[in-house]
Design a protein around this ligand. Structure first.
Ligand code: GLP
Length: 243
């Protein structure tokens, strides 16, 4: 595990975007595993800036996202499809047909999950997986539980996650209480992983995830097992990390 402690959010974003850029340049048809939430916003901004400078070409890049809320349409500004389109895909020369996100409008959870697993199996290992971390240690929407579920599943969101994310839904109705999320096998199967986090609200859980026991009660703790993990943190998120 390599931990990069940056001074602030902006520097953390430059660091993570730099690693993703190297991947795109060295492998123009790379499969990127992408994340949503507030953490990657600045990372995507930096990738778009590099694209506009002519440094990056997304024309052959493929992507798979971690998760999507259940019952939410791609046109809903709170959907992760909308987030990805507006923060990255619409702003670079990626072919949207090569971008994949679980189908939040599929009402049969079994079908939604198996369909996404099929896509993941077809696309293969991600060359690089970008992750944020929830305040309770979740990755994707894999909430603390009794087991590391390997493949895509329909999860009931934890109370703390609903509390943390409902601010985004103030003007767009009720926040969904379920989500489809990529499972641990597919996350850990990535060739490289970047875990990015900022702010003091993440400091305690990061230390537990990176130095504590590997347990599904702290989902991100499984990342300790990955042979090529880079953790990009700002000063506040890194404050309690003894790793
Ligand atoms: C969200 C996403 C996660 C993300 C996490 C942290 O709900 N499902 O993939 O890493 O919660 O979000 P933020 O970056 O806003 O703190």
């Amino acid at each position: 595990m390599k931990i990069i402690k940056c001074h602030n959010y902006q520097e953390m974003c430059l660091c993570a975007a730099g690693i993703i850029s190297e991947e795109i340049i060295s492998c123009p048809s790379a499969l990127l595993g992408l994340a949503t939430g507030s953490t990657p916003v600045g990372i995507y901004k930096e990738l778009v800036r590099r694209f506009n400078k002519g440094e990056l070409d997304f024309s052959r890049i493929r992507t798979v996202n971690l998760d999507e809320y259940v019952g939410i349409s791609p046109e809903n500004p709170q959907s992760y499809r909308f987030f990805m389109d507006n923060n990255l895909f619409n702003l670079v020369n990626i072919d949207k047909a090569n971008t994949h996100i679980p189908d939040g409008m599929e009402t049969d959870p079994h079908k939604a999950c198996r369909d996404y697993d099929e896509i993941l199996d077809r696309e293969g290992k991600t060359d690089i997986q970008l992750l944020g971390i929830g305040r309770n240690g979740h990755i994707g929407f894999n909430e603390p539980s009794d087991s590391f579920y390997p493949r895509t599943s329909c999860v009931k969101l934890a109370k703390s996650t609903i509390e943390a994310n409902s601010r985004f839904f103030e003007n767009s109705g009720h926040m969904p209480e379920q989500a489809y999320t990529m499972g641990f096998y597919d996350i850990i199967n990535a060739k490289k992983i970047i875990l990015a986090a900022y702010g003091k609200g993440k400091a305690e859980i990061l230390n537990r995830a990176l130095t504590g026991p590997i347990t599904p009660q702290v989902p991100a703790s499984i990342l300790q097992l990955h042979p090529n993990l880079t953790v990009c943190l700002d000063e506040q998120a890194a404050a309690l990390t003894t790793a």
